[in-house]
Design a binder for this molecule. Structure first.
Ligand code: AMP
Length: 485
């Protein structure tokens, strides 16, 4: 078996120790089924809406006349990637992927979809999540003679499915689901079907929609709006849904009693106009702000947000507290994500370029600033300083999630204790470092209240250290976050 087929020349090897990838990605898949939609075009618009889930690379694979073609490029969906789109027109099946990895190498080798040879023909795969037993599975598959072209865990999923699909695709996927540990929302494509798969714990989101007979899968429901599709339902944890000429077929491959959707999707990661497992992301954030106003009041003049992800929480806070909401900061919309910059110096420089203070709005005021999370503390320190330089009399920081105290191995980039200010310092130490006049966080109990009617349970491992799988071998302990850098 050769993996992957597409495009071998562009593949470069990653360093062997890069095998624990930490990725947050967006996946999309469609079978346009006579709806008039062009599959690649629909995937393009879908990926556009999922851009916040991955800005490093984008890719679309399309199935036409029994053959899968693929186009990938580094950068944004609207960037260089557009140039190759015309060559993908005319298909009725397509899948797409946007990637945001945080391990050192940002290479086309890691862009998806991957395309592999399976017993029934080609199989394309796009993956959001993180496989925590990738190393063992890879060793096992290599011993069986499989050669890998990359070190990304997604290639292991593709290999497991392809290798075990002799009796049928559903059997191959089901076998892979039994062997894989970790988080995965997948869209797969054969020459005549598009398939959505969600891991048995439902750790990463995946939704199903439709439009004039077309079927659509997407990491988030916000991707449906861009192509006029309607949300049908979330793919269930452990479920395989196949969309093809005979309609939709669901297989509950693994029954899970123990679901663990990542709660950080609601805190920061997902777009506010998405609904995940029955909960509106915007409403969850607003509720977080309201609860924060109840538990952590402050004597201030105005409430404001760190744009954009904290806006709903800040508005919830202001409404609950009966305080005016103002815009204290503007964000340069042409900046990418500062969070993933490899060096602390670059991150600090980027934060200062990314935000600027509205002096007239904050001068002489006691400002309560809401942010959705503090990870390293870089953003908050700069922003508090910026507001004070702009003339704010006091800056009180309220965080609409608990302190991030533990790394995450399931797809949100918080890789080691060393990076986490909350893991190493008291709230008072953090307040001093940030330079805020007061600092408080939402409690874990209140965070759970923001999602209490969801159709699933949650992983809040980054806040409470309780993970749905044993990750002790993967987490880098030791090391200390140094405050004064
Ligand atoms: P930091 O500057 O490291 O404390 O990061 C916190 C800021 O980054 C907050 O303003 C969040 O909105 C944002 N953030 C939190 N988690 C992530 C993540 N996993 N990826 C990118 N940005 C994030």
């Amino acid at each position: 078996m050769r993996l992957p087929l597409c495009p071998p020349a562009a593949y470069e090897r990653l360093k062997p120790d890069d095998d624990c990838m930490r990725e947050e990605c967006g996946v999309f898949g469609t079978y346009t089924n006579g709806s008039g939609l062009d599959a690649a075009e629909a995937a393009y618009y879908g990926l556009f809406a999922l851009q916040h889930r991955g800005q490093e690379s984008a890719g679309i694979a399309v199935s036409r006349k029994g053959k899968i073609d693929c186009h990938k490029a580094m950068g944004l969906v609207s960037g260089r990637f557009c140039d190759g789109l015309a060559s993908l027109k005319g298909g009725t099946f397509a899948i797409g992927h946007v990637r945001y990895s945080t391990t050192g190498d940002s290479l086309l080798v890691n862009a998806q979809p991957l395309v592999v040879e399976a017993p029934f023909g080609q199989l394309a795969l796009a993956h959001n999540g993180n496989i925590i037993n990738a190393k063992e599975l890879r060793t096992e598959l290599e011993a069986e003679g499989i050669t890998f072209q990359t070190t990304i865990d997604s290639e292991i999923i593709a290999a497991l499915i392809a290798k075990n699909s002799g009796k049928g695709l559903v059997e191959g996927i089901s076998y892979a689901m039994e062997r894989l540990k970790g988080s995965y929302a997948l869209v797969l494509m054969t020459k005549d079907s598009v398939i959505g798969v969600r891991d048995p714990k439902g750790m990463r989101p995946l939704a199903l929609g439709s439009h004039n007979g077309a079927y659509v899968f997407a990491s988030e429901s916000c991707a449906f709006d861009t192509i006029g599709a309607e949300f049908i339902r979330d793919v269930r944890p452990g479920e395989i849904i196949i969309a093809g000429r005979t309609g939709l077929k669901s297989h509950q491959a693994v029954r899970s009693t123990d679901t663990a959707l990542c709660i950080f999707e609601y805190v920061y990661f997902a777009r506010p106009d998405s609904d995940i497992d029955g909960i509106s992301v915007h409403k969850a954030r607003e509720r977080a702000g309201e609860l924060l106003a109840i538990s952590c009041p402050a004597d201030v003049d105005v409430v404001s947000a760190v744009p954009d992800s904290s806006l709903p929480a800040a508005m919830g806070y202001a409404r609950q507290a009966g305080l005016p909401f103002i815009i204290a900061l503007t964000k340069n919309r042409y900046m990418g994500r500062t969070f993933i910059e490899p060096s602390q110096n670059r991150r600090e420089m980027d934060v200062s370029l990314k935000f600027s203070a509205l002096k007239r709005n904050v001068r002489g005021k006691r400002v309560l600033l809401v942010d959705d999370s503090i990870v390293r503390g870089t953003t908050s320190k700069y922003i508090v300083d910026m507001l004070k330089t702009a003339g704010a009399k006091e800056v009180h920081l309220r965080v609409s999630s608990p302190p991030v105290m533990h790394p995450c191995c399931f797809g949100i980039d918080t890789s080691s204790y060393e990076q986490l200010i909350g893991a190493n310092h008291s709230i008072e130490e953090i307040r001093k470092f940030i330079g805020a006049d007061s600092l408080s966080y939402l409690s874990i109990e209140d965070l759970h209240k923001t999602v209490e009617c969801a159709a699933c349970n949650f992983c809040a491992g980054c806040f409470n250290g309780r993970y749905p799988e044993d990750v002790s071998a993967l987490i880098k302990r030791g090391g200390k976050h140094i405050l004064n850098r």
